[in-house]
Structures are given as structure tokens and as C-alpha cells.
Design a protein around this ligand. Structure first.
Ligand code: SAH
Length: 233
């Protein structure tokens, strides 16, 4: 009897673990070669990438490429970002367990899930209803209880839930939206891809004594930030 209980116990432990899926080995390789080898050093961030099943966030036809080193198409002509970029943007936010984070551009929901592993709560806004719906479905399936999502224009932020300890923007406007700067908490950090001529640059902002300091960190390519008429910001 005791043996049976032990076996059952072992079985359920394995079943609950996120390491028990067909893609775990690919995920481990992704973490080693795409993240660690390129300088992502925060163990908590690396562990989040090991835990979150990226293949659940991509379209079924792209599942076998879920752990490859690049962005992939999702619905509405949008993309799920390259794992390295998701990791880089997450790491520079230097998240604390108690942080409340705002994300603009839910897309597939993958970035939000990574953040949810590392902080208290994630508020995420998506312009397209269809993408909000599919991401919410995955959050529910994976039993996330600290991700709050809504449909809307993220340029305006989420004033009712502000201030945020960190803000991450995953679509690219021509300038840093004023409402997002206002909704950043004292000491808070924001990472955002801002259009700069033909390219975009990731800009890291920090609010100190009520003042915003900016630093350019990396050239990148994101989809544009759009308003509700589909015009670029
Ligand atoms: N973080 C996403 C990346 C999605 S790409 C992921 O992990 O998959 C960027 C997303 O920003 C797209 O889904 C796009 O529809 C959305 N977007 C564009 N303009 C927006 C706006 N003004 N407000 C909210 N979302 C916007």
C-alpha cells in the first residue's frame, strides 16, 4: 500500500511540473544557447524561461518552431518576439517579487507569462480583441492568477491601476507616450522600442525624484504602435 501511495505521489509531482512536456529539452537548449550564451545572467529570469511553455503561445502550425531563435507570426499580422529580446527586456527591468507591471501589446501573451513568474501582478493591454481573447485563454489554461488583461489603446496606459513599478512596451511608437511616463512609480523603470529613423532603439527610462532619465540600449525591430483607427503613433 505504502509503495502504491509513493508511486502515485511521484506521478502527480511529475504531472504538475512544467518540465513534463515534450518540449522541455528544446526549452532547456533555448535557455542555454540563446539566452545564457548571449549574456542573460539573472537566474530568476532564466528559470522563468525554463518554466513557461512557449509552444502554448504560438499558432498550432508554428508549434514545432516555438523554441527557435527568432520571432514568429501570430494572428492579426502581429508577431511573438524573439526569445532573446523578451529575456533582455525582462532582465533590464530588474523586477522585484512585489512589483506591479504594466505591459503594452499583449500579443500572444508569452511576455506577460514570463513577467508573471517574476513579480506580483501583470496588467497587459492589447489593441486587437482577437489577440486578447486567445492570450486570455492560454493564461487560464496555464492557471495564471496574477495576469489582468484588457482590450484598449495602450498609449493611454491603465490609469485606474497606476502607478506601476515597471512598464514594458512591445510595439513601437515614435515617442515615449506621456501617459506611460506619468503612470511610472517613483524609482520605476520602463523599457520601450522607440522609432529612430529607419530603425528603432530600445530605450530604458527610470523615474528618480520625479524626473525621467533615458538611456538607449539596443537597436531592435518591433511592430508599430497603432491607435484605434489603425494609424501609427
Ligand atoms: N508581447 C507580445 C508581443 C506582441 S507584438 C508577445 O509576447 O507575444 C506587439 C503587440 O502590440 C501586437 O499584438 C499589437 O497588436 C499590439 N499593439 C499595437 N498597438 C497597440 C496599442 N496602441 N495598444 C495596445 N497594443 C498594441
Amino acid at each position: 500500500m505504502r509503495v502504491l501511495i509513493l508511486i502515485l505521489g511521484l506521478f502527480s509531482a511529475v504531472e504538475c511540473s512544467s518540465q513534463n512536456d515534450a518540449f522541455f529539452n528544446e526549452r532547456r537548449k533555448m535557455v542555454e544557447s540563446q539566452l545564457k550564451n548571449r549574456g542573460i545572467g539573472n537566474d530568476l529570469v532564466l528559470d522563468a524561461f525554463l518554466q513557461v511553455p512557449r509552444h502554448e503561445f504560438v499558432l498550432p502550425e508554428y508549434m514545432k518552431w516555438a523554441y527557435t531563435d527568432g520571432p514568429l507570426p501570430i494572428n492579426e499580422g502581429q508577431t511573438i518576439s524573439q526569445p532573446y529580446i523578451v529575456a533582455y527586456m525582462t532582465e533590464v527591468l530588474e523586477l522585484q517579487r512585489t512589483d506591479r507591471v504594466l505591459e503594452i501589446g499583449t500579443g500572444s501573451g508569452y511576455q506577460a507569462a514570463i513577467l508573471a513568474q517574476l513579480c506580483d501582478s501583470v496588467y497587459t493591454i492589447e489593441l486587437f480583441e482577437e489577440l486578447n481573447k486567445s492570450a486570455t485563454k492560454v493564461f487560464r489554461k496555464l492557471e495564471y492568477t496574477n495576469i489582468y488583461s484588457k482590450v484598449g489603446d495602450g498609449y493611454l496606459g491603465w490609469p485606474e491601476k497606476a502607478p506601476f513599478d515597471a512598464i514594458i512596451v512591445t510595439c513601437s511608437p515614435s515617442h515615449v507616450p506621456e501617459p506611460l511616463q506619468a503612470q511610472l512609480a517613483e524609482g520605476g523603470r520602463m523599457i520601450i522600442p522607440v522609432v529612430a529613423g529607419y530603425i528603432q532603439k530600445l530605450v530604458l527610462l527610470q523615474k528618480k525624484n520625479g524626473k525621467i532619465r533615458k538611456k538607449d540600449v539596443l537597436p531592435v525591430r518591433f511592430v508599430p504602435m497603432l491607435d484605434e483607427q489603425g494609424e501609427k503613433y
